[in-house]
Design a binder for this molecule. Structure first.
Ligand code: 1GP
Length: 273
């Protein structure tokens, strides 16, 4: 599962052109941008684009809408990918000024055209490959591609579905929904290990998003930003998660299923207000 760069010299040359003039790239600090968002708003809103569900032309339109709707960043990735990330990431960068942040399922999910990568360690599991193995394989390519790594403690939370893709692919079991007492120390350990964000993940298309009570419990124990994703289907639910303590909300499926600019805008407003 080692990443093999394709046409790297051409990619490097194209990359310079794509990245030229992008203000957040001059500072190269996407994480700073996230903190600025939190100073400005109560919380931030990320739209997840699944490369498996997005043709390049569709991505271009979507990227423009995501930016116009007021989202704060685009996450790009998924647990299991077969599509080439390069043309999609390149298109996203050409169409929007928003940071494009990789949300990888493993060390193969890399492209030089993104700005940053959630450098995730699946801390709710005990599979060494997803705790440190994939990270080691990816590290030289992250450096070569000049991606900003954002160290993130990633925790799977039971979301009501039988088995999610990430659960199957990572070979880990999620933390039970009623076990906030377990979730809290995991998040605290992530902070003590120097991670910059914690992501509570109910799984893509989860029947039940991460419970408010767990969000509040985790939030009370950490000082780093808390991302909540999986199964958030309405702006009202997004606002409830923010009220419970979420710093960033991620939506993916709902926009693929009922995607409209208005819905995206409603999510951004609900999260920001
Ligand atoms: C999945 O948290 C993200 O990794 C988003 O989940 O697709 O259910 O919105 P949804």
């Amino acid at each position: 599962m080692t990443h093999t760069p394709k046409k790297s010299q051409r990619a490097d040359r194209d990359l310079t052109q794509v990245k030229k003039g992008k203000s957040h790239l001059r500072s190269n600090r996407v994480l700073d941008h996230f903190h600025e968002v939190l100073k400005k708003h109560e919380a931030g809103y990320f739209v997840l684009i699944d490369p498996e569900q997005c043709e390049v032309e569709k991505c271009a339109k979507l990227a423009r809408e995501v930016e116009r709707a007021g989202a704060d960043a685009i996450l790009l990735g998924g647990s299991f990918l077969t599509n080439d990330l390069d043309p999609i990431a390149k298109t996203l960068k050409q169409e929007t000024e928003l940071p494009v942040v990789l949300f990888p399922g493993d060390s193969m999910h890399l492209t030089p055209y993104a700005d940053a990568i959630l450098y995730i360690s699946l801390i709710s599991g005990r599979n060494p490959s997803y705790l440190i193995g994939e990270q080691v394989k990816a590290a030289p390519w992250i450096q070569r591609y000049a991606l900003e790594p954002i160290p993130t403690g990633y925790m799977l939370i039971e979301g009501g579905n039988s088995r999610t893709t990430v659960e199957f692919m990572s070979g880990t079991i999620p933390i039970p929904r009623d076990k906030s007492d377990i979730a809290g120390p995991h998040a605290l350990a992530a902070e003590y290990l120097g991670m910059q964000m914690v992501y509570l993940e109910a799984g893509s298309g989860a029947s039940h998003p991460v419970p408010d009570e767990m969000i509040s419990t985790v939030k009370a124990q950490i000082n780093i930003p808390l991302i909540i994703g999986g199964g958030i289907r309405t702006p009202k639910i997004a606002a409830e998660k923010v009220a419970a303590g979420a710093d960033f909300i991620v939506t993916g499926n709902v926009l693929e299923e009922n995607g409209s600019f208005e819905l995206m805008k409603a999510f951004a407003e609900a999260v920001h207000s």
